[in-house]
Design a protein around this ligand. Structure first.
Ligand SMILES: NC(=O)c1ccc[n+]([C@@H]2O[C@H](COP(=O)([O-])OP(=O)(O)OC[C@H]3O[C@@H](n4cnc5c(N)ncnc54)[C@H](OP(=O)(O)O)[C@@H]3O)[C@@H](O)[C@H]2O)c1
Length: 332
């Protein structure tokens, strides 16, 4: 396993990291969560990403139990705040009070007294950005988090935060990024790069689609995320026939260079120096080992061109933002 520096921090994160969205919030069961997490340690993975909202605390609770069996300084732990945590509609967002309440809940569930990285899961357009930044800075001042990051913020939101909090405020950006979803390349990558902020990218396998296991015209494999009531709802357009047909054309490209499709997909996101780590999910320990093998794999120009040609009709490029993310920045 190779490691990369996370932005301007002192953290060296593994190129492949493990995420717990859907899976360890209950999607795959406790035994699998234990087996995958232990496989990650065995494979040299030192970076673990979760969020308070994954199963409304369930994913953090599961990892609290599993990770606390390991020395605290043997892993780098990231969590997030923003999502709605109870049926109370106000129990969400990035007010200073909510950040203060949620970090304590996360630390209790994670059975630790600090996280290495505390991230804004999304932007909160209803709270003055000054208040949000002060709320996050207080978490660091109190020693409850070492570094800060954000996920899926627009260039406008990122610039506004840096203008107030300074260049050192954030060390990481967490966007969706894969061969199929290239949107952050256009603006978020260069902007963050100019400010010393790394990318840690989510769903780099497009939720499993880029492993080639979903075939056009065929039902999804019975043991896959798409077949799971608890997890399949999140896959949406990824299972469209056009997408699956284009992805099938990647198979000979991968085998032509002696790689599995998962290895090629993960090496593809890691080809960019702006990306510090690919956050991969896993339902079985074998997947963790298979994905860890992508660290250090280099793709040549011919392979990259063949991938672009295969996916030209289905990949998303340019800045494409969810309506919420387009909301402006509120000031005091
Ligand atoms: N910031 C955000 O808003 C945000 C949003 C989403 C995710 N994330 C983070 O990103 C992490 C990863 O997201 P994700 O789980 O969607 O990503 P992913 O890595 O693209 O997909 C993971 C899923 O693909 C399948 N898989 C993995 N390796 C495989 C292999 N070698 N062969 C075959 N199938 C394989 C597994 O599902 P099955 O075996 O069940 O098919 C696994 O659960 C999350 O856990 C979370 O930490 C963040």
């Amino acid at each position: 396993m190779r490691y990369r520096r996370l932005g301007s921090s002192e953290l060296e994160v593994s190129e492949i990291s493990l995420g717990s969205w859907l899976t360890y919030a209950g999607g795959v069961g406790k035994e699998a969560a234990v087996a995958c997490t232990e496989a990650a340690f065995a494979a040299g993975i030192n970076f673990f990403d979760t969020a308070n909202v994954y199963g409304r605390g369930a994913a953090e609770e599961a990892w609290g139990e599993i990770l606390s069996r390991h020395p605290r300084d043997s892993y780098i732990l990231a969590t997030k705040v923003w999502g709605q945590m109870s049926d109370e509609s106000s129990d969400r967002g990035l007010s200073a009070a909510q950040i203060a309440k949620q970090i304590d809940g996360s630390l209790r569930r994670l059975q630790t007294d600090y996280v290495d990285l505390y991230q804004a899961h999304r932007f909160d357009p209803d709270v003055p950005i000054e208040e949000t930044i002060e709320g996050f800075q207080r978490v660091v001042q109190e020693g409850k988090a070492r570094y800060l990051g954000f996920s899926e913020w627009t260039p406008e939101q990122i610039e506004a935060a840096i203008a107030i909090g300074g260049e050192e405020l954030f060390v990481s950006s967490q966007p969706q990024y894969s061969m199929l979803w290239r949107a952050p390349e256009a603006e978020v990558f260069p902007l963050c790069s100019a400010h010393g902020i790394s990318q840690i990218v989510w769903s780099p396998l497009a939720q499993g689609v880029l492993t080639g296991k979903y075939r056009p015209g065929q039902p999804p494999p019975a043991d896959s995320r798409a077949s799971s009531d608890a997890m399949g709802f999140a896959m949406g357009d990824l299972l469209g026939e056009r997408t699956l047909a284009a992805v099938a054309a990647l198979e000979p490209i991968a085998s032509g260079v002696g790689l599995s499709m998962a290895e090629m997909a993960l090496a593809w996101v890691l080809r960019r120096s702006e990306v510090a780590s690919a956050i991969v999910g896993a339902s079985r320990p074998e997947q963790v080992h298979a994905n860890a093998a992508a660290s250090g794999v280099e793709l040549d120009a011919q392979t990259l061109a063949a991938i672009d040609a295969a996916l030209a009709e289905v990949m998303v490029t340019g800045q494409r933002l969810a309506p919420l993310a387009r909301a402006g920045v509120k000031h005091r």
